[in-house]
Ligand binder design. Structure first.
Ligand code: PBG
Length: 324
């Protein structure tokens, strides 16, 4: 035999030489859930190890993550029911606790990249990403609110705006709003191919943001479709997105690869709450070696073509790599 592929697997030293993909903390954006009460912490029942945190805890958490090499954070607010209304007015209120916390975080850690989510669902009494009228999710009326939301987040210190709402035209609308107000340096990471997935369940528990009625299928994509992701990506690129995201990650590795092969923008993948919960639940039962499946999961997302991974495993992975 002239060709024996096993020679390149002979030892750890040779395996490392020929290793094609590596995951490092530079690849991560760590999602964090913010509580209004500065001194509170509350574990998410369906996401063991993930805590909703008040500002004081979150500042310490960000500090310890920065020391581990994680430099980017996506911050989501837990909004009490009493603040929610039909048009999500708190989503663009700069005196709201979320906006004030962003400013404080950015002041304390100017070196960190702070990402925010643009969608109405945590602030909206209907629990939908857009404004609901007679059971219909209104597109163009929602854009007005998304623009205000994005601007208020930029004014509060956000570095990267993450529209996760899937309304048509939102990237262009937000880009124009930011530019008109002098925020030409604030980036947009578009949730380009965001599917109507059941894997978001634990996240909706964490934020108490599930739709009050209906589902998100008229705006999030059908899990059966791959080519439709190209339509969304073409639009996002034309409208000025700096990064293209696929979400969820694991059941959509083919879509990550498709976007990677067709676009030059950096590709992000969101390793979502349900994907995290699956590994944790199996590990708690003693059915899987958590550290190894976590590392393999993250590697698979990177290998499929993601340059950036939004993941709840970020801190654990960083701690584990430090220990190796
Ligand atoms: C808000 C939003 C969701 C997620 C990120 N931003 C939920 C949804 O669209 O229903 C999900 C993240 C996760 O499951 O980890 N639109």
């Amino acid at each position: 035999m002239d060709i024996r592929p096993r020679r390149n697997r002979k030892s750890e030293a040779i395996r490392s030489l020929v290793q094609e993909t590596t995951v490092t903390t530079n690849d991560f954006i760590f999602p964090l859930f913010l509580l209004e009460d500065s001194n509170a912490t509350l574990e998410v029942a369906s996401m063991p190890g993930i805590y909703r945190m008040g500002l004081n805890y979150m500042l310490r958490e960000i500090e310890s993550c920065l020391k581990l090499g994680i430099q980017a954070f996506d911050i989501f607010p837990v909004v009490a029911e009493s603040y929610k209304d039909k048009t999500a007015t708190k989503s663009y209120d700069k005196s709201f606790f979320y906006h004030k916390a962003l400013t404080k975080i950015k002041q304390e850690f100017p070196e960190a990249a702070i990402m925010t989510d643009v969608a109405l669902d945590p602030y909206n009494s209907d629990g939908h990403d857009g404004i609901v009228k007679d059971g219909i999710i209104l597109n163009d009326e929602t854009l007005e609110v998304l623009g205000k939301q994005a601007l208020s987040q930029a004014e509060s210190g956000a570095d990267i705006i993450g529209p996760s709402d899937m309304m048509d035209g939102r990237v262009g609308f937000i880009r124009e709003t930011l530019d008109d107000n002098g925020f030409t340096d604030v980036s947009i990471m578009s949730y380009t191919a965001k599917y109507a997935s059941a894997f978001y369940g634990p996240f909706r528990d964490a934020l108490d943001s599930a739709p009050k009625s209906g589902d998100k299928k008229t705006y999030q994509m059908n899990p059966a479709n791959q080519r439709e992701a190209l339509i969304e990506a073409d639009l996002d690129v034309d409208e000025g997105a700096d990064f293209l995201m696929v979400k969820p990650a694991l059941a959509y590795l083919d879509v990550i690869k498709l976007l990677k092969d067709n676009y030059s923008q950096p590709i992000a993948a969101y390793n979502v709450s349900g994907e995290y919960a699956m590994l944790k639940a199996a590990a708690e039962k003693g059915w899987l070696d958590y550290d190894r499946v976590m590392a393999e999961t993250l590697l698979s997302i990177k290998r499929a073509g993601a340059d950036i991974i939004l993941t709840y495993h970020a801190k654990e992975f960083a701690q584990l790599s430090g220990a190796l």
